[in-house]
Design a protein around this ligand. Structure first.
Ligand code: MN
Length: 135
């Protein structure tokens, strides 16, 4: 079984690029365009990792992360911010809200999967039946 990665991103171009890269590396990809849809998708597909934009319609990324961390089922799911927020304190705020990682836009297609994958292998959340996942 492939690892499932959920991308929650409202920017069409960023979403397209992220989906393209993640699929190319052999992962199963799902996506949502706003925080509300994102939370619903997490409950439905139970992703192994979430790429979460911070500025999102309806419910922002901070709130999505905080909400997931209150649920036992998702308290350890890796959440990686992919964001253009670059103000002082934003990174800290993201970690306080429960994000595991923080990747700043613009997305570098050559580097981003290596950054994302450090949150996957050997992670306690990693499911035992996913051991032979193609990377
Ligand atoms: Mn956005």
């Amino acid at each position: 079984m492939k690892h499932k990665i959920l991308i929650i991103e409202d920017n069409e171009q960023n979403l397209y690029l992220l989906k393209f890269i993640v699929k190319k590396y052999g992962y199963e990809v799902s996506s949502a365009r706003d925080g509300k849809e994102g939370l619903e998708m997490v409950g439905r597909i139970k992703p192994d990792l979430i790429l979460l934009d911070i500025q999102l319609p309806i419910i922002d990324g901070y709130t999505v992360a905080k909400t997931l961390r209150t649920k036992q089922e998702f308290e350890a799911t890796p959440i990686v911010a992919v964001t253009s927020y670059a103000m002082v304190g934003d990174r800290e705020k993201a970690f306080e809200c429960g994000f595991n990682g923080y990747i700043e836009k613009p997305i570098d297609p050559m580097k981003i999967m290596a950054e994302i994958e450090q949150f996957l292998p050997g992670n306690p959340h990693e499911k035992k039946n996913n051991r032979n996942t193609k990377r």
